[in-house]
Design a protein around this ligand. Structure first.
Ligand SMILES: [Zn+2]
Length: 112
C-alpha cells in the first residue's frame, strides 16, 4: 500500500481499485489513520460520483429495448459467415476500446 501525499494518490498491491474500481480496505485503513475524512480522486472513480447521474439522463426503457433489439440483430447477422463475424468483431472491438479509453479519461479527471 502506497500513499503519495503530493498527488493524493493511493495505490495498493491487491489491485482491487484497478480490477473492480472499488477502494480496498487497505486504502481505507490508511485514509483513516491519516485522519482524512474525504475520499481522494484516486479512491473514487467518476462513475461512482454523485455527478454521474447527469450522464445517464434520458436513458429509459425504450433505449434499452433499442439496444436489446440491435444487439440481437448484430449477433444474428454477424454470425452468418466467418467474414461477417470478423467484420463485426473488428468493429465492436474498436468501439469498445474507444469507450474504454473515454471512460478511463473521465475516471481520472473528475470534474469539480
Ligand atoms: Zn488493497
Amino acid at each position: 500500500m502506497s500513499h503519495y501525499p503530493s498527488s493524493g494518490q493511493f495505490t495498493c498491491y491487491c489491485q482491487k481499485m484497478q480490477s473492480y474500481g472499488i477502494s480496498c480496505g487497505h486504502q481505507i485503513i490508511v485514509l483513516l489513520s491519516l485522519n482524512m475524512d474525504e475520499l481522494t480522486t484516486s479512491l473514487l472513480l467518476y462513475r461512482w460520483s454523485t455527478t454521474t447521474k447527469d450522464r445517464y439522463k434520458g436513458l429509459n426503457i425504450a433505449t434499452s429495448k433499442f439496444w436489446d433489439l440491435h444487439f440481437r440483430e448484430l449477433c444474428n447477422l454477424g454470425t452468418q459467415s466467418a467474414e461477417d463475424f470478423n467484420y463485426v468483431k473488428e468493429k465492436v472491438s474498436e468501439h469498445v476500446q474507444y469507450l474504454k479509453n473515454k471512460n478511463l479519461a473521465m475516471d481520472t479527471h473528475i470534474p469539480k
